[in-house]
Design a protein around this ligand. Structure first.
Ligand SMILES: N[C@@H](CCC(=O)N[C@@H](CS)C(=O)NCC(=O)O)C(=O)O
Length: 217
């Protein structure tokens, strides 16, 4: 029997994108279920009763929540192009950086974009991004995964694509080529990958959406 794969989603969500990209990398066919987050479906609330958030992956009736957990699940179930390193130490390091992006980079960046340019808040966000910049410099590779993207690059898609959109929506230049040369080149390389590019939501739609969200429309 063929696998039944459903993704409960919302187009502007960078977390949904992680799951969508992982499915695309593995070549998995899935049903995309667009949620109205202002009026969540009974299925979403049933499948993710704890957080009530997208993405939720439902595989043959089993629901999995939290984007990084979903990406790991996809990597284990569907073989082919690997997303996590096989070596236990390398795998732990990838999980560490993905968690760093979620725990430190995203919350501080989001706070900065919502702060109307508050200097202290912007500095805090740039301090976290600087750690990521240094990591790319130390690694000296094209992607966090080396020649190919891995869990960290997928986690970082919010920085590679969404941050530029938040910048356009708010007018705050958090990341510039001068301040973050490694992140800038990595972001361009990531977004230019065909598998990434084809899965990304259109830029103009996101700018309009986040302008409203940040009260700039
Ligand atoms: N930690 C979660 C975050 C997911 C998340 O924040 N989803 C947002 C959309 S970007 C959502 O569903 N928000 C609805 C709500 O908070 O009510 C993950 O990685 O999946």
């Amino acid at each position: 029997m063929a696998d039944e794969v459903k993704l409960y989603a919302a187009a502007p969500s960078p977390y949904v994108f992680r799951a969508k990209l992982a499915l695309s990398i593995k070549g998995v066919k899935f049903e995309y279920i667009n949620e109205d987050l202002g009026n969540k479906s009974a299925e979403l609330l049933k499948y993710n009763p704890v957080h009530k958030k997208v993405p939720v992956l439902v595989h043959n009736g089993n629901a999995i929540s939290e984007s990084l957990v979903i990406v790991e699940y996809i990597d284990e179930v569907w073989k082919g192009v690997p997303i996590l390193p096989q070596d236990p130490y390398e795998k732990a390091i990838a999980r560490f950086w993905a968690k760093f992006i979620d725990d430190k980079c995203i919350p501080t960046a989001f706070k900065a974009f919502g702060s109307n340019g508050d200097e202290q808040v912007v500095t805090e966000a740039r301090e976290q991004l600087q750690i990521l910049e240094n990591e790319l410099k130390v690694k000296g590779t094209k992607f966090f995964g080396g020649d190919n993207i891995n869990l960290v690059d997928i986690a970082g898609s919010v920085i590679a694509y969404w941050v530029g959109i938040f910048q356009d929506a708010t007018g705050l230049e958090l990341i510039t080529k001068e301040k973050f040369p490694k992140i800038t080149v990595w972001a361009e390389d990531f977004v230019n990958l065909e598998v990434v590019n084809q899965a990304l939501p259109p830029r103009e739609d996101l700018v309009a959406f986040f302008k409203k969200m940040f009260g700039k429309a």
